[in-house]
Design a protein around this ligand. Structure first.
Ligand SMILES: Cc1cc2nc3c(=O)[nH]c(=O)nc-3n(C[C@H](O)[C@H](O)[C@H](O)COP(=O)(O)O)c2cc1C
Length: 279
């Protein structure tokens, strides 16, 4: 089993140490090989916010040539690990750049049936804000979240007792992930997944001329058919699906109050609203 490790960290820092300890322990428990993906090696540009990836397709991103090979490596892997230290109560800039360029996958998920694990070396105060961008992306892109953890790694020399405690925690997480990898990749959408499906389907039906790529994606899944409840034909609770549909209706109602229906139909409408030009 091949695991792609997206390293949003420097090559010889605390996070790299956590990843080494984790992969060593994982290899003792499962037949796995690793593909280390350092987005920094490709010297990527930051996302420029053009929305091309979301509106017309990722192939129209001005940085597509840089990110296409990374996407390919994610597809070639059986599972993915995202690793980032906590910098300023968030992921590192390079991990954020990676996630921004892959954000369209939350509109058009592609990784169903694959598992993901998210880890960080950060202080306890940062854990939520560091792990959330990575877990949100992984779940949104279709991965099954099979683990998330942080280890406290302040940039100070730790006592051996503390290091041993940290190693034990990492090995425990590796054992848990190894067990998760053995399980069949059965898709069981939770309520949040149903909400995401319903919301993006409704947005694309509301603005098909803008969300062109999303519209084509949902059409290809026959998702506008009344009976389609999720991206994949799996068992979905009718009650939960109805509730997600109802809440999406509420979201759409407030969105429709905000959006100009005439401008929405104009060709080449811009995602930028002018607050200063009244002409
Ligand atoms: C630029 C930068 C910002 C950081 N911001 C915080 C922070 O906001 N809060 C905190 O507790 N630690 C912060 N840290 C400490 C790191 O989270 C911690 O040392 C981590 O283990 C570093 O991992 P690395 O060696 O893989 O880069 C910061 C470190 C750096 C370099």
């Amino acid at each position: 089993m091949k695991i792609c490790i997206v390293m949003g960290a420097r090559k010889k820092g605390n996070t790299a140490q956590v990843v080494s300890c984790f992969t060593e322990a994982l290899q003792e428990r499962a037949d796995v090989s690793f593909d280390y993906l350092y987005p920094a090696d490709a010297r990527p540009e930051h996302c420029v916010g053009c929305h091309n990836c979301i509106f017309t397709g990722e192939q129209h991103c001005p940085h597509h040539d840089t990110f296409r090979p990374m996407l390919q490596r994610l597809h070639e892997a059986d599972a993915v690990i995202l690793a980032s230290p906590g910098y300023m109560f968030s992921v590192t800039g390079i991990m954020k750049t990676f996630l921004d360029h892959m954000a369209y996958l939350c509109h058009r998920p592609e990784f169903f049936g694959k598992k993901a694990l998210v880890l960080s070396s950060c202080t306890r105060w940062q854990q939520k804000s560091v792990l959330t961008p990575m877990t949100t992306w992984a779940a949104g892109a279709g991965f099954t979240l099979a683990g998330k953890f942080f280890v406290e790694m302040p940039p100070l020399p730790l006592k051996e007792k503390e290091l041993e405690r940290t190693r034990r925690k990492i090995r425990k997480e590796a054992a848990r992930f190894a067990a998760e990898l053995q399980k069949p990749g059965k898709l069981k959408p939770v309520f949040a997944d149903l909400m995401i499906f319903n919301a993006f389907r409704a947005f694309s039906r509301f603005a098909p001329g803008i969300l062109k790529a999303d519209y084509a994606y949902f059409q290809s899944l026959h998702a506008y058919d009344r009976n389609t409840r999720w991206y994949r034909p799996v068992k979905v609770s009718r009650i939960k699906s109805r509730l997600a549909g109802y809440l999406t209706g509420r979201i759409m109602k407030s969105l429709k109050k905000m959006v100009d229906p005439v401008k929405l139909q104009e060709p080449g409408v811009s995602p930028v609203n002018s607050l200063t030009d009244r002409s």
